[in-house]
Write a protein that binds this ligand. Structure first.
Ligand SMILES: [Fe+2]
Length: 173
């Protein structure tokens, strides 16, 4: 059987929709609106597909949230909020091993992050460097030589300073 990635993504949204109808409809709107904006940043069709799927499936992890929390009318208690905040990681766990959805899975994991660092689950701040670091560490041993990743981590403070100062050359020793 050959299940195309498009059909797979639509199927996952349909599965999510059986839990909470509004989430599926909301996801489709988000995906369309995101695609319009993403086209201002890239014309790469594969990237745009990943961005579309990542947007479409951003709340997929809500499939793993108990009804009492997911469908609760009104504000959530602190412990319920903590359960709800696990949804980006749950969605990532579902998608992470699908080779054609790797980038989309990262978008799912990151969709509740905020530019100022107040989001979750990683509280990413200064997104370019931290996002790059997370990606480099994640790919150690597959895309990247672990020795190179070790060197990167050893030089992290220097690299951070360079990024913050927007300079391209280290000062001579
Ligand atoms: Fe979400």
């Amino acid at each position: 059987m050959d299940l195309s990635a498009d059909v797979f993504a639509e199927t996952l949204v349909a599965a999510l929709d059986t839990r909470e109808h509004e989430t599926g409809e909301h996801s489709k709107r988000v995906a369309c609106h995101t695609l319009v904006l993403a086209r201002r940043f890239t014309a790469d069709s594969e990237r745009l597909r990943q961005i579309y799927w990542g947007s479409l499936l951003h709340d997929l992890g809500k499939i793993g949230i108990p009804d009492a929390v997911l469908l609760k009318p009104g504000p959530l208690a602190a412990d319920e909020r903590a359960l709800m905040r696990a949804h980006p990681e749950k969605g990532y766990a579902i998608l992470k091993n699908v080779p054609s959805m790797r980038e989309a899975a990262e978008i799912v994991l990151a969709h509740e992050e905020r530019f100022d660092g107040s989001g979750y689950p990683r509280g990413l701040r200064g997104l370019p460097f931290d996002a790059a670091k997370a990606e480099i560490v994640r790919l150690a041993g597959t895309q990247f030589d672990p020795a190179a990743v070790e060197a990167f981590l050893a030089e992290e403070p220097v690299l951070r300073e360079m990024v913050a100062a927007k300079c391209t050359m280290p000062a001579p020793a």
